[in-house]
Design a binder for this molecule. Structure first.
Ligand SMILES: [Zn+2]
Length: 672
């Protein structure tokens, strides 16, 4: 984050440095230690002055520089960089902390990426929290002020001196760079297969990103390097659009041959493009409710977790083995405690200082196994606990993990691409054959006894228990099943194929008398396949996850809210699976949110309604899917959630104790 001094003492001869070698002017010299004097009077004057000076004539003054003395080092900054630094130094001035080399922030293109400003804010926040040892209202106010000033500066700056994409710059880029020119002129061959076309588009995207990064003058560079422009989107504009999904998520077998910058080439490309626009709207319609529902479930599940500030260290000795795969994985555990196996003591993981941990598996202190009876202790959470005072730890996971996914669904239109899938599931290829997206029972199984489709009753409950006319086109019968399996002589073979979900066909849904309850597990419904009148009607069809957003959302739901959750036997596997999905979907979150979710999914091995007592020496636990975990929480959370009918089927519900955030809504008196 900090920059190397850009000038040395010998340069500080006014005659010499008044004009730099490259012709830029030095208009002022500043010593950072002067800025703090007299309650920052110099600082405030300089901040106002620098803004006025710059915005008075931005075109001419943008390249002018100032010479900054910080300690014994000298730095050269342009005026806009100075203004940015001054905004961040506000924290030093208000809290009277000397401006050191650590606060010389760099905005040079080679250091700039999408995390630059986050990292600086992070540094400032940590500096303030360390100095006060907790978050005070003054700190919050100062940080809010800094952010406010940054956004105002950005607005003002954009209106006078803004990056822009210019045709002229693109033409120049083509002229000086042969590879870019070649990419720009990409034309797909419509006779190639979908897979080949997809590979060509992917390769274009990769090469384009590289070419842009290596060239210093093209107008795309600032957007690509800062992550403000998605590479896939840019490749569609510049190189080629490629294949597009149809309304039913199948892939239209002809590509859009050139990039958008060339315009659409003929009527059929125009037609494909309009279909995609419609599909994007349907994607939103499909995914937003699903991610919203997941968000609500996680909220019900985790919101009771709170930090118990009266307990510094519970003495928890169960660690989470964590593989630090790369720098981002290190970032996710910044500020957590880990066991230093040599000394046996705890060490605070630092993203800035502990790069040596990359590639290692470490023992991370985790609050999943915190011994506290009430809340979780500060040490199990990590040093971030200091910053969370006044915030309920368990309310963060839906905001931090799920909301970004919803945001992604909202921008589906820009992300829409295609990805052909392969059928890899054995049960699927053994018992069924497909035509397009529709799946039919193979005729040789038509009269086999003891062959059933198994689905979960709650996923079709609404349709089964109501009198809706499924043949009516107005009725939405597309219900993607959470679980479907083939039962052959008592053994269930789950149908789960990467990249797709399955929904029952209208023909099956219209034939509700086929559905029978599974005597072994009342949560299931069976469809006996030898009772079908014909094998010529489709049984179910595939919904392809062509867009990234539904892919990750489904993976996450598959990881924490399907029956397959029970494949995880340790919290380590569960946490690492969650982290991987969120990470691959493009986000980096602190591990504490995943700890909250995992902690809430864990129950005593013998009693689903009880949390394990981690203070015991031997603990056996089980991991429930999140809807189960909510249903088996304290009485009021469970009642408040859903599926009351099932809830009251078991007599044990009356014995469920425990308190939750929802107690006040039931007017539970404390002195009862
Ligand atoms: Zn603890």
């Amino acid at each position: 984050m900090q920059i190397k001094p850009t000038a040395s003492k010998s340069d500080v001869n006014r005659d010499k440095v008044a004009v730099l070698k490259d012709g830029r002017k030095i208009v002022m010299e500043i010593d950072t230690k002067d800025l703090l004097k007299e309650n920052g009077a110099n600082y405030y004057a300089l901040y106002t002055g620098a803004n006025a000076y710059f915005f008075d004539n931005p075109a001419e003054r943008i390249h002018n520089c100032v010479l900054i003395k910080c300690g014994s080092d000298y730095y050269i900054l342009t005026i806009p960089m100075l203004i940015l630094d001054l905004i961040f130094w506000r924290a030093n001035v208000i809290f009277n902390m000397p401006i050191t080399a650590n606060e010389m922030y760099s905005y040079a293109p080679e250091h700039l990426n999408k995390n630059t400003f986050n990292n600086i804010i992070e540094h400032v926040t940590q500096m303030l929290v360390d100095s006060q040892d907790r978050v005070t209202p003054e700190i919050s106010k100062c940080l809010a002020d800094i952010k406010d000033r940054l956004s105002r500066f950005s607005q003002n700056f954009s209106s006078v001196k803004c990056n822009t994409i210019s045709i002229w710059s693109i033409l120049q880029f083509r002229r000086r760079n042969k590879e870019f020119n070649e990419l720009f002129n990409t034309t797909l061959d419509p006779t190639k297969t979908i897979k080949e076309t997809e590979n060509i588009v992917k390769a274009c995207e990769k090469r384009l990103t590289k070419v842009i990064a290596e060239d210093d003058f093209n107008c795309f560079k600032p957007y690509v390097m800062s992550g403000r422009l998605k590479n896939a989107q840019l490749a569609k504009v510049v190189c080629t659009v490629g294949t597009r999904p149809d309304i039913d998520k199948t892939i239209i077998p002809r590509p859009i041959t050139k990039g958008y910058i060339h315009g659409l080439q003929n009527a059929s490309e125009y037609y494909m493009e309009t279909i995609t626009a419609r599909d994007a709207m349907m994607t939103k319609n499909d995914n937003l409710p699903r991610s919203g529902f997941l968000s609500r479930k996680i909220n019900r599940l985790t919101s009771d977790i709170d930090i118990n500030y009266s307990v510094n260290d519970c003495g928890n000795t169960r660690y989470l083995d964590y593989f630090v795969e790369n720098a981002d994985y290190l970032d996710m555990i910044d500020g957590k405690y880990m066991l230093d196996e040599k000394t046996g003591k705890l060490h605070v993981v630092s993203y800035a200082k502990d790069k040596a941990l990359i590639g290692q598996t470490i023992k991370l202190r985790t609050f999943i196994t915190c011994n506290c009876k009430v809340g979780v202790c500060k040490t199990c959470v990590g040093t971030v606990a200091k910053r969370l005072k006044g915030t309920r730890l368990g309310t963060l996971p839906p905001i931090k993990c799920i909301n970004p996914m919803s945001q992604k669904a909202l921008s589906a239109k820009h992300d829409l691409g295609t990805k052909s899938i392969e059928i890899t599931n054995e049960a699927l290829s053994k018992y069924f054959h497909s035509d397009g997206m529709d799946f039919f029972l193979k005729p040789e199984y038509a009269s086999q006894r003891e062959l059933y489709l198994v689905i979960q009753s709650d996923s079709v409950e609404d349709l089964v228990n109501s009198n809706v006319d499924t043949s009516d086109d107005e009725v939405d019968t597309v219900i993607a099943l959470d679980y479907i399996a083939v039962r052959d002589h008592g053994i269930d073979y789950e149908i789960e194929n990467e990249g797709m979900r399955i929904a029952l066909s209208d023909e099956i849904l219209a034939n509700k008398k086929l559905f029978i309850e599974d005597e072994e597990n009342t949560d299931n419904i069976l469809i006996p396949l030898n009772k079908l009148e014909t094998t010529e009607d489709p049984l179910f069809y595939a919904i392809l996850d062509t867009e990234e957003i539904s892919k990750y959302l489904n993976q996450l739901i598959g990881t924490i809210d399907r029956n397959t959750v029970n494949r995880y036997t340790t919290y380590e596997e569960l946490v690492s699976a969650m982290i991987r999905i969120i990470y691959e979907s493009g986000f980096v979150d602190n591990i504490i949110h995943f700890e909250s979710i995992a902690k809430s999914m864990i129950r005593d091995k013998n009693n689903k309604t009880r949390k394990p007592d981690w203070s015991q020496k031997e603990v056996e636990y089980q991991i429930l899917k999140i809807s189960d975990a909510i249903m088996n929480k304290d009485l009021y959370t469970a009642i408040e959630y859903q599926n009351l009918r099932n809830l009251f089927k078991t007599a044990s519900i009356a014995k469920r104790l425990g308190t939750s955030l929802y107690d006040p809504f039931f007017r539970v008196s404390k002195n009862r």
